[in-house]
Design a protein around this ligand. Structure first.
Ligand code: SF4
Length: 240
């Protein structure tokens, strides 16, 4: 069965990826300033459903009061809900408390499957932990990443539920795109995807102000004289 990926070469996809890596500017949120895997888990867990501005505000107090899984596992529900009130989503906060108890019992997971056993931890948080907590070249893909990469690579808006064959092919492409990257390059790739999603590639894209419009198929339709071109020497004929 044909998919929208059929006319995309690996060379073009890698060229777009490299533009994003080149664009990277290190971010400086509280979760970037710690090497503690548990603290990174707290951040990734909260960031999944809460804005980075709110998480940046509550995370330092959370870490100060509950610096370890043991201390968080002992926290009373009421005091935790009070501390994390700006986050909202009380059931999610209680799930974080339960996750801490499981981490105390079983140890901090270090694999995708291990993270997926924790309550309200999905593939994105699991992959983010592998990338940011364990220095593995894994690309976390959420709706922001799908939106940016669908537009850049395929020239179209993401579809809410793509056909299984298309989703499989796109996930395979993303795995291929990080296969030859170091963890550091993968973090740069991911960081720039997030930045582009926040700043310009929103639900209504602002293509004429976007720093990657020259490397984006969607942008080429929206901004005259922009659009991807495969640099000389790229294996443009290599198909996915
Ligand atoms: S050029 Fe437009 S569609 Fe492409 S990444 Fe930028 S904002 Fe998104």
């Amino acid at each position: 069965m044909s998919t929208p990926l059929d006319d995309l070469s690996l060379g073009e996809a890698r060229a777009a990826r490299d533009v994003l890596i080149e664009l990277y500017v290190p971010l400086d949120y509280p979760w970037h300033r710690t090497d503690d895997v548990f603290h990174k888990f707290l951040a990734e867990f909260l960031l999944r459903r809460t804005t980075r501005v709110v998480v940046a505000r509550v995370l330092p107090a959370l870490i100060q009061k509950y610096p370890t899984a043991e201390s968080l596992a002992r926290a009373g529900d009421d005091e935790l809900l009070t501390l994390l009130r700006p986050v909202g989503l009380p059931t999610r906060i209680l799930a974080l408390s339960e996750a801490a108890r499981l981490i105390v019992r079983d140890g901090m997971p270090s694999s995708r499957d291990g993270f997926l056993t924790l309550p309200q931890v999905g593939e994105y948080v699991a992959d983010a932990m592998l990338l940011y907590g364990y220095d593995m070249a894994v690309l976390p893909v959420d709706r922001n990443a799908w939106r940016v990469l669908y537009r850049m690579l395929l020239g179209r808006d993401e579809v809410a539920v793509p056909p299984r064959s298309e989703e499989r092919a796109f996930r395979h492409l993303l795995t291929t795109l990080v296969a030859d990257l170091s963890p550091r390059q993968t973090r740069a790739f991911h960081g720039s995807i997030l930045r582009v999603a926040w700043e310009t590639c929103r639900r209504r894209p602002i293509c004429d102000a976007c720093p990657v419009s020259d490397s984006c198929r969607y942008g080429a339709k929206m901004v005259p004289h922009s659009g991807p071109s495969v640099p000389p020497g790229s294996p443009a004929g290599e198909q996915l």
